[in-house]
Design a protein around this ligand. Structure first.
Ligand SMILES: *Cc1c(COP(=O)(O)O)cnc(C)c1O
Length: 413
């Protein structure tokens, strides 16, 4: 089955009650049972069923099965937000004293929560880019994971997933990747050797910008040595399901960061059109990039450009797509603001992966809590605009940006 067919007819589709084409929304907190014995069995995982929506819910489970299939994973666990997916993918294996290595180009919110982890004795070491050369000097006997983004947002660095996975595995360290900006259409990192993939489903999976959510997809292949990962020791009996067993029975349940049933439903609906949307958004992004390159005093960054150090890797690894995010450097913050304020179709908003084209000035918004040094390491500058390209007609987007920059420069004169 090819991608768009699988989105509609994959093996995880179906078995919805009454032959419904979509899962029903189980908008309840709790499930009742005839006898206390039955509920006891469900609570002890000795019988299938649901007890309480924080712990599990049929609509959420239906979404988890869908995204798991599309990523080619072993199991998936939905979370309240993308950031909760990021942080619980790690807290599920870490304890105080552990260290992780991460690329400095990760999402601003991820940098913020990694700073919070330091208060719990978890040290995050940053490197400019995930590669054997950069990781090697930081590896030690406390290293418990390497974390990065397949296509960093908004730096647009592309990771060589197979190479990094193969290398970290020689040190018994798992590779955990945030694949939000890449989506399963461009890449299935688990198939290239990554161990855990996380998504902010708020973005391309949902696609319409109508609900916050996240998901952790476990590849089920990494061997969690109980000496190195003592928190997983009691789950070792679950074999390849150890990571997910702890996530569902302990980490996520206890921290209470569950996905709402309504959001799971909206994400399932969104997922069905993800292939079409993301393809169109990538094509629009490329068309816009080609037009923006012609504008005066504008520098465009996009992985498929000849000027990007990642052109070859992106072309080979991302199925010919470059993603739907591009960035522009326009010389100054003032010029960036003037340009953005003149756009008619592209909305100023802090989101990506919407149907609508969105622009933002990351330095004054998403990276507001970062130092200038961290910002530059993440590829964020005072004159940088991030564009999340939508499904409008490319012609209109090109005209919008072209006119906006002309007006912005007139206004300055
Ligand atoms: C948005 C985003 C997140 C955080 O997701 P939320 O759903 O907003 O919590 C994490 N990683 C990346 C790459 C993102 O773009």
């Amino acid at each position: 089955m090819n991608f768009n067919t699988q989105l509609l007819h994959g093996k995880s589709v179906g078995a919805y009650s009454f032959g419904a084409t979509l899962p029903s929304i189980s908008q309840v907190s709790a499930y009742t049972y005839e006898t206390s014995e039955q509920l006891e069995k469900v609570c002890q995982n000795r019988a299938a069923g649901f007890a309480y929506t924080r712990i599990g819910n049929p609509t959420v489970a239906a979404f988890e099965r869908r995204i798991c299939e599309m990523e080619g994973g072993f199991s998936a666990t939905a979370c309240a937000s993308g950031l909760s997916a990021v942080v619980f993918s790690l807290l599920n294996i870490l304890q105080s004293g552990d260290e992780i290595i991460a690329s400095s180009g990760v999402f601003g919110g991820t940098i913020d929560v990694f700073r919070d982890l330091q208060n719990f004795g978890i040290q995050v070491h940053y490197i400019p880019y995930l590669s054997e050369e950069n990781i090697t000097p930081l590896l030690n006997d406390k290293t418990r994971a390497v974390f990065g983004e397949v296509i960093s947002n908004p730096g647009l660095d592309v990771i060589d997933v197979s190479a990094v996975a193969a290398f970290v595995h020689t040190h018994q360290v798992p590779l955990i990747l945030d694949s939000t900006t890449a989506t399963p259409l461009l890449i299935r990192p688990l198939k290239l050797g990554a161990d855990v993939v996380v998504h902010s489903s708020s973005k391309y999976i949902n696609g319409s910008g109508n609900s916050i959510g996240g998901v952790i997809v476990d590849g089920g292949k990494f061997r969690w040595n109980p000496q190195r990962y003592p928190v997983l020791a009691e789950y070792k009996k679950f074999g390849p399901a150890a990571y997910t067993a702890r996530l569902k029975n302990d980490t996520l349940r206890n921290f209470g960061s569950c996905m709402a049933p309504m959001n799971a439903y909206l994400n399932t609906v969104g997922l069905e059109t993800m292939g079409l949307r993301v393809q169109k958004e990538c094509e629009n992004a490329y068309a816009l990039v080609k037009a923006l390159e012609q504008l005066p005093d504008v520098t465009v960054n996009y992985p498929l450009l000849e000027t990007s150090p990642y052109q070859k890797l992106a072309t080979e690894q991302l199925g010919g797509y470059g993603g739907a995010i591009l960035s522009l450097r326009v010389g100054s913050k003032e010029r960036a603001y003037r340009l953005m304020n003149h756009l008619k179709f592209a909305h100023i908003a802090t989101n990506i992966g919407d149907l609508r084209t969105l622009v933002i000035h990351p330095a004054s918004t998403i990276y507001i809590h970062s130092t200038e040094e961290m910002m530059h390491a993440a590829g964020v500058y005072d004159d940088l605009i991030r564009v999340s390209v939508g499904i409008e007609d490319a012609k209109d987007l090109i005209a919008d940006f072209t006119e906006a920059i002309a007006h912005a420069d007139e206004e300055a004169e």
